[in-house]
Ligand binder design. Structure first.
Ligand SMILES: [Zn+2]
Length: 74
């Protein structure tokens, strides 16, 4: 969605230029992303309150699991 993309870009701009946000490296893809619920999911059991992998990777992981379950991936 275009609106969502624009919102993400604004967030990145905002936290880079106006407010020093908390940035976090994803343990899976290695990309540094903003620690924000747009990019990471909250995790109450982790130290910093976020999952160690980004939402994109979490989504991919879920998809892979589903495909594995269906036997599409070996
Ligand atoms: Zn990632």
């Amino acid at each position: 969605m275009i609106a969502e993309r624009a919102q993400k870009e604004w967030l990145i701009w905002h936290y880079t230029n106006e407010e020093r946000g908390q940035w976090k490296k994803c343990n899976r893809c290695g990309e540094i992303k903003l620690a924000h619920n747009m990019f990471f999911s909250k995790n109450n059991t982790s130290k910093d309150g976020w999952y160690s992998i980004c939402k994109d990777c979490r989504n991919k992981k879920t998809k892979e699991k589903k495909m594995l379950a269906k036997g599409e991936v070996k």
